[in-house]
Design a protein around this ligand. Structure first.
Ligand code: PLP
Ligand code: ZN
Length: 424
């Protein structure tokens, strides 16, 4: 293999070159995975997450100093009675060199995705988001000038801010929830010149998120025994599994796959229900009264109704391969576990990260882990209060505001196409 990496379909094992390819060229439904030429991870002297460029599907780096940071917890670990707890933090926490200014690990997806499109694809990126993903892509757009089209639920529009003025963002809001935004986004992606970012099917997103596993493993000096993360789509869980496979292939970090301990927020817990029933598919009954359930959770970034769960190479396969587990945490459990973490470690958390902390508390209480072994706690977002003290936040004004149930009529299509033409 002369190239830095190739892609390979996990269904038919066809290898192929990357043209910002999201699907198997033979039309399999399976996920496509990256295979890197360098089997051993060589840490580069580059800013932020680009330390791990060896295992990112990009040729160049961005001059952005934003990546995951990891450390061994003392105070919180003592509270829980854990002997070896590694916290991997993606957010803003200058005391620990955490410099993701949009405060979530979605920026680890956004940076390599924007670059990969520039290097291997074409068109303007379109993203549907509950807020965190949109904010991350807006920030990368603001810092690189790459244009993006972002669709979010209207009531989450205030989550879209950047620390520098964003001049190339087309923000579209729709009355409804995350699923409505995804649906509208799908229609918008049919406008010529627009490229869907691809979600879990985009290897840049997965390998970008996988840097949390790389960072945590380097901090621990070995692969952790357990990996804890809150999931909505589960893309981060899949990414952690894939990164662990690469680290095993590296040979220096152990041979044991970290167990994935993934969590969702009650009452919206489709993957928990499917997993506990032993199914590799999600049924309608796994998410009863979805709309109300989604409205009731404290962490709405975890409310994806169509996660890549049963797809080959998806969440179910990741759980099986790692002998993993799923947890369900209530808002109250998340709130009190999050408060304990903030008290002991000294940083505010994204509500989704609080769900993850609650799952770790449950694991200790219910003896689903051995407290003597090494735990990687993926704090996927935090530092919102902290970043406000140090950085300006520019709100992004919507280009279009669409009502509930809106679909793309010709007038709306035309307006978006006009924006695309003037930013291509
Ligand atoms: C998106 C998000 C998650 C869930 O990520 P997955 O894509 O489901 O792996 C968890 N925490 C935060 C803060 C997020 O923004
Ligand atoms: Zn295939």
């Amino acid at each position: 293999m002369d190239d830095k990496y190739r892609l390979q379909c996990l269904g038919c094992w066809l290898p192929f070159d990357d043209h910002y390819t999201l699907e198997c060229p033979a039309q399999c439904t399976a996920l496509v995975r990256t295979y890197y030429r360098n089997r051993q991870l060589d840490i580069k002297d580059l800013p932020g997450m680009f330390r791990y460029i060896d295992w990112l599907p990009v040729e160049h780096s961005l001059p952005l100093d934003a990546g995951p940071v990891s450390y061994r917890s003392e105070a919180f670990a003592r509270e829980l009675g854990l002997e070896h707890l590694i916290v991997t933090f993606s957010g803003y926490w200058p005391e620990r060199k955490g410099n993701i200014l949009t405060c979530s690990f979605k920026e680890l997806e956004a940076q390599p995705t924007v670059l990969r499109l520039r290097e291997k694809g074409s068109g303007i990126l379109q993203i549907a988001s509950a807020g965190n993903t949109g904010r991350a892509f807006c920030q990368v757009s603001a810092l690189t000038g790459m244009p993006v089209v972002v669709v979010v639920p209207a009531e989450n529009a205030d989550r879209l801010w950047t620390t520098e003025e964003a001049g190339s963002v087309c923000l579209i809001t729709i009355e409804g929830d995350y699923t409505d935004a995804i649906q509208l986004g799908r229609e918008i992606a049919t406008i010529p010149g627009i490229t869907p970012e691809g979600g879990a099917r985009n290897v840049a997103r997965r390998d970008g998120m996988g840097t949390t596993m790389l960072d945590g493993t380097l901090a621990a000096g070995r692969l952790p025994d357990y990996y804890f993360q809150a999931v909505g789509s589960g893309t981060g869980g899949i990414a952690a599994w894939e990164a662990a496979e690469r680290l095993i292939g590296d040979g220096r970090f152990g041979t044991h796959r970290p167990e994935l301990h993934l969590s969702q927020n009650v009452p919206f817990i489709p993957m928990v229900r499917a997993w506990e029933a032993g199914r590799d598919w999600i049924r309608h009954e796994d998410m009863p009264d979805a709309r109300q359930a989604i409205a009731a959770v404290s962490a709405d970034v975890l409310t994806n109704r169509e996660p890549p769960y049963g797809v080959k190479g998806g969440v179910y396969d990741a759980l099986v391969a790692t002998r993993g587990r799923m947890y369900a945490a209530t808002n109250d459990e998340a709130r009190s576990a999050g408060a304990l973490f903030t008290e002991t470690e000294g940083i505010d958390l994204d509500p989704a990260a609080a769900v993850c902390v609650a799952s770790l508390v449950q694991a200790v209480e219910r003896d689903t882990i051995d407290t003597g072994r090494c735990v990687l706690l993926n704090i996927t977002g935090g530092g919102y209060e902290r970043v406000r003290e140090d950085h300006e936040q520019h709100r992004i004004e919507p280009f279009l505001r669409l009502p509930a149930g809106a679909s793309l009529d010709d007038a709306v299509r035309h307006e978006i196409a006009g924006w695309v033409a003037s930013h291509a």
